[in-house]
Ligand binder design. Structure first.
Ligand code: 13P
Length: 247
């Protein structure tokens, strides 16, 4: 069994202006030569400038979404090819905010993953249950079905990550306890092994949802937690660095 290299990725969501590049540079300076993989996914307009600002550092830059197609009449959309062209190495796909606001289905997310693979981007594929689903005892079933439906067979042998982000923990300050996280991460790992065999052992399973400096060490030491996808706390270099150092 190969242990995945931990990945700590920041999802800036719709936050960040040119002036925020200083925060990304402070992260790059602070991480130095850590063995942890570190990524920042800023709004798409900052991707190119951020890759230039962080050239030669350990910090990878990523997108927050990509279209299924490479080009075409899709007003307002951005393709995986464009992200790669701008210097991105990672891309978040199937975030619950997009599954909700833009009705993204598992099948659509799987097509986006194919687009990412066509252009050499490492996808971070998000899954997670709602509060109603958790209360109804459906969390495991919902999450494993999302993994099966959102990860195409073509991922076999490729670099990718899965992020478990319970919707009720995002931006709320609430987090599942470690046994709850371990139950879901264990089930995701079993599903990945069933789908891709040992090839998937290298894929980290990230936890996301209200990760902050004060809870990072506890969460990151839970079984099968291979890193974190961090929202709000990734906007400040000091907080994001404290989370990276908690690995
Ligand atoms: P918060 O860390 O702000 O809860 O956001 C989590 C998230 O959605 C990361 O993708």
């Amino acid at each position: 069994m190969t242990t995945p290299t931990p990945l700590i990725a920041g999802n800036w969501k719709m936050n960040g202006l040119a002036s925020s590049l200083a925060e990304a540079k402070a992260v790059a300076e602070g991480v130095g030569t850590t063995s942890v993989r570190v990524g920042i996914c800023p709004p798409s307009l900052l991707i190119h400038r951020m890759t230039e600002a962080l050239a030669g550092t350990k910090v990878l830059v990523g997108g927050q979404d990509a279209h299924t197609d490479d080009t075409g009449a899709f007003t307002g959309d951005i393709s995986a090819e464009m992200l790669a062209d701008a210097g991105a190495k990672l891309v978040i796909l199937g975030h619950s905010e997009r599954r909700d606001a833009y009705r993204e289905s598992d099948a659509l997310v799987a097509k986006k993953v194919l687009a990412a693979l066509r252009h050499g981007l490492e996808p971070i594929i998000c899954v997670g249950e709602s509060l109603e689903q958790r209360k109804a005892g459906q969390a495991l079933e919902v999450v494993t079905a999302q993994v099966r439906g959102s990860l195409p067979a073509e991922l076999k042998g490729k670099a990718f990550a899965v992020a478990y982000e319970p919707i009720w923990a995002i931006g709320t300050g609430l987090t599942p306890n470690n046994p709850q996280i371990e139950e879901i991460h264990g089930a995701i790992r079993e599903t990945l092994t069933a789908m891709f065999g040992e090839d998937a052992d290298k894929a980290p399973i990230l936890y996301g949802g209200s990760v902050k400096p004060s809870n990072a060490a506890e969460i990151l030491h839970a079984r099968e937690v291979g890193g974190a996808l961090v929202g709000g706390a990734s906007l400040k270099a000091e907080d994001f660095l404290a989370i990276i150092r908690a690995v």
